[in-house]
Design a protein around this ligand. Sequence first.
Ligand code: ZN
Length: 138
Amino acid sequence: MLKSINHIGIAVKNLDASIETFRKIFSFNEIHRETVESQKVEIASFKVGDLLIELTAATEETSPISKFIEKRGEGIHHIAFETDDVSEELERLSGKGIQLINKSATDGAHDMQIAFLHPKSTFGVLIELCQKKYDYKL
Ligand code: ZN
């Protein structure tokens, strides 16, 4: 079962420049930065109320984020929904004919297990499933 929105991912070219701009808008103090090797990205996340926003920049040309920005420009990249069991959800959804990008869970930021559904089968919305290992602060 998908329980709630965990975060919204925004694709950016320059992480520092985007942090500066979003800090002006949301006045956050704390920020969490992390490189996610499996996705070839560096992320910076901050909270707005209970919602986590994840700014995401490519670390390599072959990163999915580079390809996304090339095709569609910077902007909202994905919405991540929390579940207790990514593998179970992948099985459930593929059984219902939803196309998957990741056939099994992979490592994401905050030590979460994540997987993406294919936007071709979700009306252009890139949906991430994520499963927490522990409650992180940011
Ligand atoms: Zn994400």
